[in-house]
Write a protein that binds this ligand. Structure first.
Ligand SMILES: *Cc1c(COP(=O)(O)O)cnc(C)c1O
Length: 433
C-alpha cells in the first residue's frame, strides 16, 4: 500500500508517511486505496488487537512493519475499549468507552500504536536514524498520551506544546510529569497557535532536518489507522449479537476520531449513521449547513479538547468525499453549548448514576436531541472520549460527588511536574529545540 498527499504530491511508503507526518507539499497522507472487508473476515470481534491486526494488514502490506503488525497491535492496544450498554428502550443506546488506557482518553490508542510503529521503524533502520524529535501540539489529551507512549522509548525525544491556562489541571499534570526524553512547553496562546507553530516548524526544512522532526498529531496517518479499529470492533460486536449496524455520535474537535469512523464504514464495517457533536466551535456544522469553509480562531469551552476552529482533518474528509453535498450524505454535525454540557452531565448522572466528561456530554446531548423515531430506527453508540476524572474541576462541582481517577492516572498525578513557557512563535520553539 502506498500513501498519497491530499494535495497531489508523490506516493510514499507507510514508513515515510509515519515518520514524515505531513507530506512535503503540506498535504496530509491518505492511503491510495481503501480495502473492502466483510464482517465474516473477523472471527473474534471481542479481541481488539486481533480486529486491529486484520483491519490494518492491507495498510501495511509490503512494508517493513507488516511482519511486526500483530505484535505492535498486541502490545500497543493492550487495554479494553468496551461498549457499555445504557438503554434498550425506546432505542438502543451504548457508550463506547475509549478511556481505559494509561492517560484515560482515546488518544492513548493512536499514540501508543504510533510510538510502537516508530520504534520499530527506527530499530529496523529502514527509514529514520535515531534520535528523532517527536513534535506535538495538544489541546490537552494528545500531549499526555504521546508523552506516556514515548516516555523512555529509545531513539526518540518528545516536545509537547500546550496552550497555557487552557487545559484542565489534571491534563496539565499529565503533560508535564515526565522528564527524561520528554520536554513540555506551555505556549502563550491557544491550541490553534500551538498547531500553527508546529506546522511552521515542519515547513522549515532546515530545522526539520536538523532535529529529524516527526509529528504525532492526529495529522499522522499512523494515529488515525488504529482508531478505525475500535469502530470496527464495536460495530462488529454489535452486528454479531443483534444483526444490526451501529450508528455513532462522535465528540469532535480536530476531526481525527470522526474521520476514523468514516473510514471504518468505508472499509465495510457495519457502521450506520455518523453524527459529529461539536462544542461552540462550529466551523464544521456551519460548513455542512452553508457549504462555506470558514476556519476561525477557537473559542474556549468546557469541552476544551474540542476547542478547534480550524480542524486539520477536514482536508482528509474533503479528499475522501469531494464536495460538500457528498459530505452531507456521510456525516451530520450538531453544536452543543457550555450550558447544555453542564445540564447533560447532571441529567445523565441522575439517569444512570455515571459521571461523564464534558466531551462525552456533547455526544450524549446530541443523542437526547434526536427525534424519538431516529432513536428507534437506529442503534446508537456515543463515543466516550475521556474519563470524567480528568475534568474533575468541571464535573465534581456539578454533581457534588468525588470522581476518583483510575489507578494509572492516580500514579501519574503523583509524579512531580515541570514545564517551561514560551511565546507562540517559531523562533522561540526553535531556540528550545
Ligand atoms: C482530542 C479529543 C477530542 C476531539 O477528537 P478529535 O479527533 O480531535 O476530533 C474529544 N474529546 C477528547 C477527550 C479529546 O481528547
Amino acid at each position: 500500500m502506498r500513501y498519497l498527499s491530499t494535495r497531489g504530491g508523490p506516493a510514499v511508503s507507510i514508513e515515510k508517511a509515519i515518520m514524515g507526518g505531513t507530506a512535503r507539499d503540506g498535504g496530509l497522507y491518505v492511503p491510495e486505496a481503501l480495502p473492502a472487508f466483510n464482517a465474516s473476515d473477523f472471527p473474534d470481534p471481542d479481541d481488539f488487537p486481533d480486529v486491529a491486526t486484520r483491519l490494518l494488514e492491507p495498510f501495511f502490506a509490503g512494508s517493513s512493519l507488516a511482519a511486526h503488525l500483530r505484535a505492535v497491535c498486541r502490545s500497543a492496544l493492550n487495554f479494553p475499549v468496551p461498549l457499555r450498554q445504557l438503554e434498550t428502550a425506546p432505542g438502543f443506546l451504548a457508550v463506547l468507552e475509549l478511556f481505559h488506557g494509561p492517560t484515560a482518553a482515546f488518544k492513548d490508542v493512536g499514540a501508543r500504536f504510533l510510538a510502537h510503529c516508530m520504534e520499530q521503524i527506527i530499530r529496523d533502520g529502514v527509514f529514520a536514524t535515531a534520535p528523532v524529535t517527536v513534535l506535538v501540539a495538544t489541546s490537552g489529551d494528545t500531549g499526555g498520551a504521546v508523552a506516556a507512549a514515548y516516555h523512555r522509548r529509545p531513539g526518540t525525544r518528545v516536545v509537547v506544546l500546550f496552550p497555557e491556562g487552557r487545559v484542565s489541571p489534571r491534563q496539565q499534570h499529565q503533560l508535564t510529569c515526565w522528564g527524561d526524553n520528554v520536554v513540555s512547553l506551555a505556549v502563550r496562546g491557544e491550541f490553534d497557535d500551538c498547531q500553527r507553530v508546529v506546522k511552521e516548524a515542519f515547513a522549515d526544512s532546515a530545522l526539520s532536518a536538523r532535529h529529524r522532526l516527526c509529528s504525532a498529531n492526529s495529522i499522522n496517518v499512523g494515529r488515525l489507522l488504529p482508531q478505525a479499529a475500535y469502530y470496527a470492533r464495536a460495530s462488529l460486536g454489535h452486528w454479531r449479537t443483534t444483526g444490526r449496524p451501529l450508528s455513532f455520535i462522535v465528540p469532535t474537535g480536530n476531526l481525527g476520531n470522526a474521520f476514523a469512523c468514516v473510514w471504518a464504514r468505508r472499509l465495510g464495517m457495519p457502521v450506520g449513521r455518523i453524527v459529529l457533536a461539536t462544542n461552540a466551535n462550529t466551523t464544521v456544522p456551519d460548513y455542512l449547513a452553508t457549504g462555506q469553509w470558514l476556519p476561525r480562531p477557537s473559542i474556549p469551552t468546557l469541552a476544551s479538547a474540542m476547542d478547534v476552529g480550524n480542524p486539520s482533518n477536514m482536508e482528509r474528509l474533503r479528499s475522501l468525499c469531494g464536495d460538500v453535498e457528498t459530505l452531507r450524505q456521510e456525516v451530520t454535525a450538531v453544536p452543543v453549548s457550555d450550558a447544555e454540557i453542564r445540564s447533560t452531565i447532571i441529567d445523565e448522572y441522575h439517569r444512570h448514576g455515571l459521571p461523564w466528561c464534558p466531551h462525552t456530554a456533547t455526544g450524549l446531548r446530541v443523542y437526547r436531541e434526536l427525534p424519538e423515531a431516529e432513536c428507534v430506527l437506529d442503534d446508537w453508540a456515543v463515543v466516550a472520549t475521556a474519563h470524567a476524572a480528568k475534568f474533575d474541576t468541571i464535573v465534581e462541582p456539578l454533581l457534588d460527588i468525588r470522581v476518583d481517577p483510575p489507578a494509572e492516572l492516580t500514579a501519574l498525578l503523583q509524579r512531580p511536574a515541570q514545564f517551561e513557557t514560551i511565546p507562540a512563535d517559531l523562533g522561540a520553539l526553535a531556540a528550545r529545540l
